[in-house]
Design a protein around this ligand. Structure first.
Ligand SMILES: [Zn+2]
Length: 421
């Protein structure tokens, strides 16, 4: 790849990709806002019996506010990225931290990446505050007190540092010490790290943020155990999580791998859905397991990461890569940072592929739920969830192609109704 670009050409290429991806995101957001507004006067006929005009318009207002805020975030993030790279922000941080550490040592690299982490978190903090205490609060979703927000922030920073810093140190050391094939060693380390994290997360980390209590005996539990037995599914327990202490959005999920698998219901979900509806939602989640979607996604992520690390291995040796992104004193840490900061700019165009895969999986999980439980219960549960979460029933089709991990409401429900007939 020697001299594929000059530094100047690569700067221009990056700038072009950055501007195009921002324009594309803003265009999609504007389309989405206009589409939602155009369809807010009437409830779509297929939902007219279950969703009131008031709920429909509340969902529209929520979607518009969130999408507008997303546009501001997109613009701000792009400016920050440009300032860190072309504006020389990373170069400045690198020289600043080099005053205290031997330049290009592992310690210097860790300090540099930590410094970048601190600066980026501070920059994104106002957005997180506005999202939680203004937008979510205005629509009645936020349940967080300022105190909980601050303790969450402290806890997640401490855990992030305790887990992240040793990983970064190991990666930087391998990148320097393992010769040309370092990317294979880094990949293997990252793989082992990710699998360990998935295993310890439900048992050791999640309980630091939420309470998990075993589900109480009763109709709900009987139905769920019945479903699990029918599907031949083994888990390490059914838990209810106090999601309501942060948000009134509801959810259900699986965590963990192998025998440490847990099924977790948000208390908010159990409060709003009837036992048959919860059963149908769980059947959908089991569908993801039966179709091995989680394993497929993991394998796909691991393969992508291998390819990306190989690419980083090629770029790390090219001066134009650093200089084109505003770094004049190349180091292992700056290569790693630049690569993962700039990557999304070049990959946004491929977002529809991953969203499409995800939507296909959702249809498969719905079909499984319909076969093991009842499709009409699932439809009822979904309609309630759309309503209670103020999720729009009328997304813009192009916005959906890029962003939606789940099929749009009307298509999804139509598919379930076909299965019922
Ligand atoms: Zn799903």
């Amino acid at each position: 790849m020697t001299d594929l670009f000059s530094a100047h050409q690569f700067s221009l290429l990056f700038l072009f990709a950055l501007v195009s991806s921002v324009l594309l995101q803003l265009w999609l957001a504007l389309r989405h806002i206009n589409h939602v507004k155009r369809h807010c006067r009437d409830v779509p006929s297929e939902f007219a019996e279950q969703i009131t005009l008031e709920s429909h318009q509340r969902a529209a207002a929520y979607t518009v506010v969130k999408t507008r805020f997303g546009m501001m975030t997109t613009l701000f993030d792009a400016m920050v990225l440009a300032a860190f790279t072309l504006g020389g922000g990373i170069e400045w941080l690198s020289q600043l931290t080099a005053q205290w550490f031997t330049p290009n040592s592992t310690a210097h690299g860790v300090a540099l990446i930590a410094a970048l982490g601190v600066v980026s978190s501070l920059l994104s903090l106002p957005f997180s505050l506005i999202s939680t205490f203004v937008i979510e609060a205005r629509f009645g979703f936020n349940q967080m007190s300022a105190k909980l927000f601050i303790t969450d922030l402290i806890k997640s920073t401490a855990i992030g540092a305790a887990i992240g810093l040793p990983l970064i140190a190991a990666v930087l050391w391998l990148m320097g010490a393992m010769g040309d094939n370092w990317w294979l060693y880094v990949w293997a380390t990252w793989l082992a790290f990710s699998l360990t994290l998935m295993w310890v997360f439900p048992t050791f980390i999640a309980p630091l943020f939420n309470k998990f209590v075993p589900m109480e005996d009763g109709e709900m539990k009987d139905r769920i155990v019945g479903l699990l037995n029918r599907c031949g599914f083994q888990s390490n327990g059914l838990f209810v999580m106090d999601g309501s202490k942060r948000s009134s959005h509801g959810n259900a999920y699986f965590t963990g791998l192998g025998k440490s698998k847990r099924i977790v219901f948000f208390d908010t979900l159990l409060k709003h859905l009837s036992p048959p509806e919860v059963e149908a939602v769980l059947a959908h989640e089991l569908g993801h397991f039966k179709h091995r979607h989680i394993v497929k996604r993991l394998v796909w992520t691991f393969a992508m990461m291998l390819g990306l690390l190989w690419l980083l291995g090629q770029l790390k040796a090219q001066m134009w890569f650093y200089q084109g992104l505003g770094v004049t004193t190349p180091s292992t840490a700056t290569a790693l940072m630049l690569f993962f900061m700039v990557l999304p700019v070049f990959t946004f165009l491929f977002a529809p592929i991953s969203s499409m895969m995800s939507r296909k999986h959702e249809y498969e999980a719905d079909a499984f739920a319909a076969s093991q439980s009842s499709s009409s219960d699932l439809v009822n549960a979904l309609v309630k969830l759309y309503r209670d979460n103020a999720a729009t029933l009328t997304p813009d089709p192009w916005h959906s192609v890029f962003y939606d991990s789940h099929p749009p409401a009307s298509l999804r429900i139509a598919a379930l109704q076909r299965l019922a007939n």
